[in-house]
Design a binder for this molecule. Sequence first.
Ligand code: SF4
Length: 122
Amino acid sequence: MGKVSEITCIICPLACRVSLAVDGEGHIIKVTNFQCKKGKEYAVAEFRSSRRVLTTTVIVENSRHAMLPVRTNSAMPRENLFDCMDYLARVRVEPPLKSGEVIVRNILNTGSDIITTQELID
Ligand code: SF4
């Protein structure tokens, strides 16, 4: 028994809602509701391997700031996001830190580093 997944194309402001008919084994059978080739390719790639940049905050110690915003330096598979959030909930940082400094290298072997998005002076 197949199913239909819908993915909103984000390549241009038209935001077509591309439909993908998928068989019981997860193979794409048919793609519809796109208005150009780029959108079809985007929806297929997004369905097969959805990747996201993780943005969150970590706890700061010995500072007048409580939290520091951080993000991955590259997009990671969406299925890794929650495990990485759990891991980062246990991370503690202290000043001084520059913006863009790596605080966790290759988090959970995803190939992405966690970097600061803001300077932490004191
Ligand atoms: S499918 Fe094409 S026309 Fe539609 S949103 Fe994507 S890029 Fe734009």
